[in-house]
Design a protein around this ligand. Structure first.
Ligand SMILES: *Cc1c(COP(=O)(O)O)cnc(C)c1O
Length: 401
């Protein structure tokens, strides 16, 4: 073989320019390296920072009880599952967790997926296809949007949380075989709740399927931690509910709960379930330990939501725009990506990790800092954060953002 032929074009040459373009728009992502477990503080790129960037809302990711559960499972389970659930990847750990999740959520059955992302994509594409329609909130998570696209059902995007517009869209004459409405229950960047009770009413009236994604709400919302559907008292009226084990539950994996028939259908048709390796059994044991803690220690979620409320009040008093947040996720909306980056960097120089969120994670002009309040945070941590934000505003000459 001689060297590279003269005529050969650099087929990836466009990457150089495209990456530079992302830099110019302040949209280039850089990756950090964490050298500690999740907790009140984390070590990132060699510095210890107060951690406001994690979805480990209940502080379970490093809980000794989860770690013990994992450790004890390894002898029996080994580490890798070795196959998809349908072949021989599904062990007694998966079966036990599915049963525990169904019981916890008050449903007939549950199905585990490798991730929450896979649960959304797989479930949507298994429920609707060509000839069907799917109605999607504009601010839904990327995995929901990708699931809608992949399904090849007609996609209708409705304005964020706008039940009246959805109602009008559903009332139009149509020739679709099946129709599905899908929404986050707790929106991951804005921290607001979907109007689930109204969505339930509209979906029931039009006879369409409602699917909700409780990724950020499981364990945090509802008296027993079942999520926003429990918070609004409509658990029994939402036929398809997705959740993740990887946020408040401190493990990894996704799940769907609903009727026995729903789960049986997904086993047959959800491709990420069929063609992806089952979770490590150890992840299931961690999730089972987390479920027990969620049931036995409701004060964890109460504390998180109280502290978040406190932080929102203080931020508002200091004239920061926290949008429509009513949860443990609090955006500080600054609109411009460069402003979000400047603030994030300033906070980091003072020992706080608060990620800057930029398009495409949020719509253009909605760049923000995204503060996650967790069980680990002390009130004094929150006060210091607000003080430092004030200092940033003065130092950076931001005026009113
Ligand atoms: C994080 C997230 C997911 C994906 O869950 P993973 O388990 O992390 O793959 C799905 N939906 C929403 C709303 C999320 O925020």
């Amino acid at each position: 073989m001689e060297g590279r032929p003269q005529w050969k074009v650099d087929v990836l040459g466009w990457l150089t320019e495209s990456l530079e373009e992302l830099d110019r728009q302040s949209l280039r992502r850089t990756r950090r390296c964490r050298t500690s477990s999740q907790g009140r503080t984390i070590w990132l790129d060699g510095r210890e920072l107060l951690n406001f960037g994690s979805n480990d809302y209940l502080g379970l990711a490093s809980d000794p009880r989860l770690i013990t559960a994992v450790r004890n499972s390894l002898e029996k389970e080994g580490w890798g599952s070795g196959a998809s659930a349908l072949v021989c990847g599904r062990s007694s750990a998966h079966a036990a967790l599915e049963e525990a999740l169904a019981k916890f959520e008050g449903c007939e059955a549950a199905l585990l997926f490798p991730t929450g992302f896979a649960a959304n994509v797989g479930t949507i594409a298994a429920l609707v296809g060509p000839g069907d329609a799917v109605y999607c909130d504009r601010k839904n998570h990327a995995s929901i949007i990708d699931g809608c696209k992949l399904s090849r059902a007609d996609l209708r995007v409705f304005p964020h949380a706008d039940v009246d517009t959805l109602d009008q869209l559903l009332a139009k004459p149509h020739r679709h075989r099946r129709r599905l409405v899908v929404t986050d229950t707790l929106f991951s960047m804005d921290g607001d709740l979907a109007p689930i009770a109204q969505l339930v009413e509209v979906c029931e009236r039009h006879g369409v399927i409602l699917m909700v994604d409780e990724a950020h709400a499981t364990g945090v919302f509802g008296k027993r931690g079942r999520g926003v559907v429990e918070f609004y008292g409509v658990e029994d009226r939402v036929p398809v509910r997705v959740g993740t084990l990887s946020k408040a539950m401190g493990s990894v994996g996704g799940f769907v709960v609903g009727s026995t028939h729903l789960v049986e259908w997904l086993v047959q048709k959800a491709r990420p379930y069929m063609f992806s390796t089952a979770l490590p059994g150890a992840a299931c044991y961690a999730a089972m330990a987390a479920l027990e803690i969620i049931e036995r220690e409701p004060h964890r979620r109460e504390v998180v939501l109280e502290r978040a409320e406190f932080l929102r009040e203080v931020l508002r008093r200091e004239a920061w725009d926290v949008g429509r947040s009513t949860s443990q996720i609090i955006p500080v909306i600054v609109h411009q990506p460069e402003t979000a980056l400047l603030l994030s960097r300033f906070l980091e120089s003072r020992g706080f990790f608060v990620p800057a969120i930029r398009p495409p994670a949020v719509p253009d002009n909605e760049a923000c800092l995204r503060i996650s309040v967790t069980f680990h945070h002390q009130t004094s941590d929150l006060q210091r954060l607000v003080e430092t934000l004030g200092e940033a505003r003065r130092r950076l000459g931001l005026g009113d953002t």
